[in-house]
Design a binder for this molecule. Sequence first.
Ligand SMILES: [Zn+2]
Length: 271
Amino acid sequence: MTSLQKLADGIYAWIQPGGGSGVSNAGVVVDDDGLTVIDTLMVRSQWEPFVNAVAELGAPVKRVLLTHAHIDHVGGTQAFRNAMVLGSPATSDLLDQPMPVEAYKTFFAPFAEEFDDLGEIGTRPVSHVVDDAAQLTPRIELLPASGHTKGDVMALIADADILFAGDLCFFGVTPLAFQGDPATWADVLEVVAELADVIVPGHGPVGSAAEVRDLQAYLRHCVEGSIPPGPWDQWTDRAERDPINIEKAAMLRAGDDGMPPTMLKAIGLLP
Ligand SMILES: [Zn+2]
């Protein structure tokens, strides 16, 4: 059973074990005026326990920061009805689209029966667009980036040396770049590795610069088109995700920013 993991005074991570497809992390930062929740998990069985644990902190949730638009990070936004919702322009655009419930059922098969519920609840739109670096609260600095998607946002808590990296970091889990750019992503990680001592990834356990460097090396191999043995041999989801990442990098090199056919197969849109 997942619980809020205290990383520093007033800073918590919610780390879902395994970290595979649809199994993401979230966070909470306490400021004097209330709480900022960072990402909201996917389906009700995931976000309900998180929402209850956040309520036990006894302060109002003032802000929800969405690190990017993927459903395993934005599914629980309706549970924080009174908070402002912050996200990148790309996140805002995607949340304004109808939810592709059937594709989600295929891609996140273990959670398939929860998506009708989620489709009915829906997600909240972004109320405050983050298009530049900004000091959100006295503790939280927002850092826009790209690589995993076209609109990633990280949250740096400099006073505690902690970075919530969203899906710019996958630790112990193979990253997925179907809407990203592996080459750009690897470049961005050069900066990420230097930002904080403690890094909360979007998937997998809390880590540090060493895990960021492994992820960066993996992504560079995806760009090269073949992946030699390495620390990634211990990661989950390699078989499904290597071909998607390699194909996406090759497509971008050829000037094609479309969805990799290997990903279309994975969401049931190609046989
Ligand atoms: Zn993602």
